[in-house]
Design a protein around this ligand. Structure first.
Ligand code: NDP
Length: 254
């Protein structure tokens, strides 16, 4: 296969949750493949966008938006398209995690996690697909699910997170089928335990249990997810939609 099938030259990619963690590292990797980048995050990510533009010589902007608010999402997608002229790809990645036993979860705890992780993914995917359809374009989406869509993590209680991510994996398949006739591919990645701000403050005894359970005997780095996202967003994967790529150091294999 020609290597340029992985190229993202001339594309514009939206990355949600790109101010830090997996989103930031993947945004850099997408830019290194030639893509312009729009970072969407709860907090201002102007510095991250400036760093990406400088390092990779692409256009990069940051827009503040809460993905749980569909009207704000629609306005933000419109603004992104108008500022960069077009939109092609979406890395739909913003998410939160709550470690709290199910018996102690309040309705607000549970619904907030589902709102960001599942509803937010849907609102952004829908607004992006509506933009593509309205402009006669085709495009690709990669959603960030989790190995927690498939297994139940221990020892921490995180029923809200696990169920929201199972929802993302099946939403991905549902949108892939519905939007196949539109030429919009929708896939997901399912990371295992990855070293980011999200996992940075976890109890040391839990981290030890996790590491012992991972056949690779280590947590992953966000850089180890970037190739999968580039693959799924690029022309290297033109016959792939509705797939979930688990990247977990073999955690779910045993
Ligand atoms: P981080 O917490 O490091 O980064 C998440 C980013 O998403 C933050 O910048 C955060 O902004 C942003 N965000 C949160 N809520 C919203 C919202 N409502 N609207 C817009 N942006 C929002 O997490 P990771 O990088 O570790 O995780 C990224 C994705 O990967 C998540 O979906 C997560 O569930 C998933 N994942 C992570 C794993 C891990 O081990 N780290 C494993 C499997 C999946 P702010 O901080 O300003 O609120």
């Amino acid at each position: 296969m020609e290597s340029d099938r992985f190229s993202l030259d001339g594309k514009v990619t939206i990355v949600t949750g790109g101010r830090q963690g997996i989103g930031k590292v993947v945004a850099h990797a997408l830019a290194s493949q030639g893509s312009d980048v729009v970072i969407i995050d709860m907090a201002d990510a102007t510095e991250v966008a400036a760093e990406i533009a400088e390092q990779h010589k692409v256009r990069a902007i940051a827009l503040v938006c809460d993905v749980t608010d569909p009207e704000q999402v629609a306005r933000t997608i419109e603004e992104a398209a108008s500022r960069l002229g077009t939109l092609d790809l979406l890395f739909n990645n913003a998410g939160i995690c709550l470690h709290k036993p199910a018996l102690e979860c309040t309705p607000t705890d549970f619904t907030r996690v589902v709102d960001v992780n599942l509803n937010g993914i849907f609102f952004v995917a829908q607004a992006f697909a509506r933009y593509l359809v309205a402009n006669g374009k085709q495009g690709n989406i990669v959603n960030t699910a989790s190995m927690s869509a498939t297994i139940v993590n221990i020892p921490q209680g995180q029923a809200s997170y696990n169920s929201s991510k199972a929802g993302v994996a099946h939403l991905t398949k549902s949108l892939a089928v519905e939007w196949a006739p539109l030429g919009i591919r929708v896939n997901s990645i399912s990371p295992g335990y990855i070293n980011t701000e999200m996992t940075g403050n976890v109890r040391e005894d839990w981290r030890q249990i996790w590491t012992d359970m991972i056949p690779f005997k280590r947590m992953g780095a966000p850089e180890e997810l970037a190739g999968a996202v580039i693959y799924l967003l690029s022309d290297a994967s033109t016959y792939t939609s509705g797939a979930d790529l688990i990247i977990d150091g073999c955690f779910t294999v045993v």
